[in-house]
Design a protein around this ligand. Structure first.
Ligand code: ZN
Length: 234
């Protein structure tokens, strides 16, 4: 387990705080956690069932910091515990704006695969399509460091298309400039390098915004709604 951070300085979390939080969250699936380095920890489980229970219910957080999880194989990685790379995270993604009678599992899987890879652990079912009035949802395996999308074009089976607005559940920090998880625009390396480049080339009149993505990726209250459009048209 590792404190998720892709820009700025990762928050320091103590082993004790992490152990307390995870013992509470994982309940009977919790066994123990040991510390590997400042930001890396190792969770130990009694059996595979407990381990998979925890793995498939990501993301887990402590003190509002998300922890990245990855399988650790003692035989393969014994000498590289400290610099072990945590490259993936399972995230529940909601897609708003898809009309009820246009929803389908293949459409949902396509949306998951436009951002990451639909999780093999979470089989998409009718539930994912119809339990919520305003969105469909699924779990995708995202590559940490790759930008996410705030919307996708969806192609319906009747040859029409529309826009799905994506929200990433429980990921409170996503760069609204470039869409990368676990940093803010303030700590965006990509944006900061653009600012530096601009200064070097004396193009100081070139505006570099702080936000290019819809805020709904981190806060569902900002999802554009059809209702608003209708209201606007009256
Ligand atoms: Zn960024």
């Amino acid at each position: 387990m590792k404190v998720a951070c892709t820009g700025g300085t990762p928050r320091r979390i103590t082993q004790q705080a992490l152990e307390q939080a995870m013992a509470k969250a994982w309940k009977s699936s919790f066994y123990s956690i040991s510390q590997v380095s400042n930001t890396v920890f190792m969770a130990h489980f009694r059996n595979q069932e407990d381990m998979i229970w925890v793995y498939t219910r990501q993301p887990w957080s402590v003190n509002s910091e998300i922890m990245l999880l990855d399988w650790f194989d003692m035989n393969v990685h014994a000498s590289s515990k400290e610099d072990y790379k945590f490259e993936h995270i399972l995230v529940t993604i909601r897609a708003y704006g898809i009309h009820r009678n246009k929803r389908s599992l293949s459409l949902l899987e396509d949306i998951m695969n436009q951002v990451g890879v639909a999780s093999d652990y979470h089989i998409l079912q009718e539930n994912n399509l119809f339990t919520r009035q305003d969105y469909i949802w699924g779990v995708a395996n995202l590559k940490v460091g790759d930008p996410v999308k705030d919307r996708v074009i969806v192609n319906y089976s009747d040859n029409t298309n529309g826009i799905g607005y994506l929200h990433y559940e429980r990921i409170k920090r996503i760069c609204l400039f470039y869409g990368v998880l676990f940093h803010t625009a303030q700590n965006c390396n990509f944006r900061n390098s653009l600012i530096t480049k601009r200064a070097k080339s004396n193009q100081t009149d070139l505006h570099i915004p702080t936000q290019r993505f819809g805020q709904w990726i981190i806060d569902e209250d900002y999802v554009p709604t059809e209702d608003k459009t209708r209201h606007f048209n009256i």
